[in-house]
Design a protein around this ligand. Structure first.
Ligand SMILES: Nc1ncnc2c1ncn2[C@@H]1O[C@H](COP(=O)(O)OP(=O)(O)O)[C@@H](O)[C@H]1O
Ligand SMILES: [Mg+2]
Length: 262
């Protein structure tokens, strides 16, 4: 079922610090989108992307406004909101399977069910045969896949990703994009994805949200048909299509415009 406003930011402001040194990182940001959307947020460094994601994650309380998910205000971190950072934050002393199953285990969930879900997500992310290894034995891309699998084992209502592929080499990154895209298509989950790469945003997203800095605001929303069309299309064809190129140029011109104004 698709509900508009599954995720809502209502006039969300965030101020860091007090007095003359205070930074208004986000000013009355309004954004709402539906369940199943894949929302990519782009914008110059320091425009408040991470701040915005942290308010939805529940790590940061806004100074003004409200953030809500599925009709309920966000009041702190919860497993219904899975978070993946640029650097995978894994437990080095736990095996791959133990890392993936950490959330369900902590909540004391039914063991057989939790094991089944761990197996499902480790298979889906291509890590099942590495289940008894430790994070240091994995490549950077595999570690990041494990961080994603771990978040998905909690069956989140929304997956929040802050430049998750930013630290990977170009080939691994493309591969991870395709994998994430396939998981999204298969599950229909809701994703909020921050990236510096306009190409990545236009390829993955059902919509690109462009933010402007100082103070951080939503500048423009660009709807994209490609993510849903790509299911049965060759991605190279999608990326060389006129619609894809026009959307990418629109996002790039907005970002260039901001840099010249700065
Ligand atoms: N903990 C903090 N204390 C003070 N200022 C911060 C803090 N975190 C972020 N900022 C400032 O808020 C603004 C937005 O930061 P951030 O959300 O990290 O931007 P982005 O992720 O788009 O690069 C920046 O000017 C940054 O310096
Ligand atoms: Mg950031």
């Amino acid at each position: 079922m698709t509900r508009p406003g599954f995720v809502r930011f209502d006039e969300v402001s965030v101020r860091y610090g007090e007095g003359a040194g205070a930074v208004l990182a986000l000013e009355r940001a309004d954004l709402a989108f539906a369940q199943g959307d894949f929302v990519c947020i782009v914008g110059p460094s320091g425009c408040g992307k991470t701040t915005m994601l942290q308010t939805l994650a529940g790590f940061l309380r806004p100074t003004g406004g409200t953030v809500s998910l599925d009709g309920r205000p966000v009041e702190g971190p919860a497993p219904e909101r899975g978070v993946v950072f640029q650097q995978p934050t894994l437990f080095p002393w736990m095996t791959v399977a133990a890392n993936a199953g950490f959330g369900p285990r902590m909540r004391g969930e039914n063991r057989a069910q939790a094991r089944e879900r761990v197996e499902y997500w480790l298979r889906t992310t291509g890590l099942w045969e590495f289940r008894d290894r430790y994070p240091y034995e994995l490549s950077g891309g595999m570690q990041q896949r494990l961080a994603i699998a771990r978040a998905l084992c909690n069956e989140p209502k929304v997956l929040l990703m802050d430049e998750p592929f930013g630290a990977l080499d170009a080939l691994t990154r493309e591969h991870m994009q395709e994998e994430l895209h396939a998981v999204w298509r298969r599950t229909g989950m809701t994703v909020v994805f921050i990236t510096h790469s306009v190409e990545e945003a236009v390829y993955l997203g059902t919509e690109v949200v462009v933010m402007s800095p100082r103070p951080g605001r939503i500048l423009e929303r660009i709807p994209l048909p490609f993510a849903r069309e790509a299911a049965d299309q060759d991605i190279r064809r999608v990326k060389s299509g006129a619609g894809f190129i026009a959307a990418r140029e629109r996002v790039l011109s907005l970002i260039w415009g901001m840099q010249h104004d700065a």
